[in-house]
Design a protein around this ligand. Sequence first.
Ligand code: GLU
Length: 448
Amino acid sequence: MSQYVERVLADLIANNPNQPEFHQAATEILESLAPVFDKHPEYEKAGLLERFVEPERTIMFRVPWVDDNGTVRVNRGYRVQFNSAIGPYKGGFRFHPSVNLSILKFLGFEQILKNSLTGLPIGGGKGGSDFDPRGKSDGEIMRFCQSFMSELYRHIGPDVDVPAGDIGVGAREIGYLFGQYKRLRGAFENGVLTGKGISYGGSLIRPEATGYGAVYFAQRMLQLKGDTIEGKTFVVSGFGNVAWGAVKKITELGGKVLAISGPDGYIYDENGVSTPEKIDFMLTMRASGRDKVQDYADKFGVPFYAKQKPWGVKADICMPCATQNEVGMTEAEQILANGTKYYVEVANMPTSNEAVKFLQDNNVIVAPSKAVNAGGVAVSALEMAQNSQRLAWSADEVDAKLKTIMVNIHDAAANTAEEYGYGYDLVKGANIAGFKKVAEAMMAQGII
Ligand code: GLU
């Protein structure tokens, strides 16, 4: 690593104490970017990296709401507006008890490069709250969303910052958030949020986009090796919206998903999570708010392994779709021992930096989440385009665009890695390819 990059990383760690997830994401990204700074000494003179690692703005606020028993509750709300060099801030809201500044800064930082990789004009941001949606009534969710938006509406807008969903935030929450935004603004600016319902400006294929996009990415990797998804076995972690889209597309393309998981353990289905009934049941489990994958085992009579992760299951391709840091060295060793050839990250930063290196050193092809899961935000940008033009594209049109975008992302990452002498290293290639455009835009716009 060049001295410049090393110094900025050390400063970042010192300036952001107690933010381990942000340190982890920044370390991986900055290590990848070092050769770009060797090639562009003018970047150091412009303090480009010091500016790049510092969010443009971080908003933190109180979110008071009243639960069904009449008790006043208070949560913390956040929006990290990280980088707007190439477009308005764009990125999801996460509602989960684990949410804090470290998590949102890591997600926001990743989002800058992910959004750039889509080739569409969107900057990077992320937000959310430590609110726990588990077991909350519909009325409680609505009142929480209204309170959250009552502060946030003044900081966002269709040309300013365009939030969307993430863990704990789906179409229902986006509906309540949009309703409150519209009421406070007194205007139907539906380009302010993406992931909306179809009746008020949502895009077809947006719910499927992250999972479908991830499988299109994997399909491209296999295609270049003369291979296909058909006949391959998969382990998918999680059972939420992203896992659902991935399972649906894998099945459609002739692959077989042997395991899915939840915070309570994993299920093993030797026949595959493959019938429409089984795939739809993932949505039922998510909507129930129970957060338990055991419900699948109870319903379909397959084995459930309590409190265990699914990575001991032998499969050709692993797709972690749950959340950050679910694969460390122990799991990476299992994955390698199982003879897995492709490790395709889908959730944001599911793998420790050490585990990524270990897998790569042992010839497992690793695809990084910021490239693989970019289909979600890409279709969000397509939703913004449809909203601003006051029109709606067909499912086939959106799906075709998504597919092209995913192939382009894969090829940009692969070609950039090659150009920088890293061979087929999609992790480094994705970081560098995403950064190049942002760096150029930041240089053009002066010291801001
Ligand atoms: N939360 C998703 C992501 O990480 C979607 C963001 C969006 O659509 O703006 O990319």
